[in-house]
Write a protein that binds this ligand. Structure first.
Ligand code: 5GP
Ligand code: ZN
Length: 109
């Protein structure tokens, strides 16, 4: 499958992996849009937020718990969690991921 994040997960493409288990990875964003910019990515290829299925409930909850643990371990106590859904919303990689943005002050949305 021609998917950048699947390639990163399969180690066909290089990236700075900060966390990995059997369900997900957390990497540094290659073009950071904030002082701290990580991407939390499930290993399962799901194209967009709208494609998340009831079978993915446990996985989606799990990702949040790992982000929770990961940010705590990094000493991050304030962050913006973003998932773009669809091209108009700014999604460019069609394999779902949460942006973890921190290290600065953000606007209200
Ligand atoms: P989206 O626009 O789909 O919500 O977010 C995609 C993100 O992936 C962008 O912030 C972009 O900088 C990042 N990105 C794209 N290609 C790569 C890559 O090859 N490696 C890493 N680490 N990040 C990438
Ligand atoms: Zn993928």
């Amino acid at each position: 499958m021609d998917c950048i994040f699947c390639k990163i997960i399969n180690k066909e493409l290089n990236s700075e992996i900060l966390y990995e288990d059997n369900k997900m990875i957390i990497i540094k964003d290659i073009y950071p849009k904030a002082n701290i910019h990580y991407l939390a990515i499930p290993k399962k290829h799901i194209s967009t937020h709208m494609d998340i299925d009831y079978n993915d409930q446990e996985l989606m909850g799990y990702i949040h718990l790992v982000i929770n643990k990961f940010t705590k371990e990094k000493g991050i106590n304030s962050y913006k969690l973003v998932m773009n859904c669809g091209y108009e919303a700014g999604q460019r990689v069609f394999h779902i991921h949460f942006h973890i943005l921190s290290g600065q002050k953000f606007g209200e949305v």
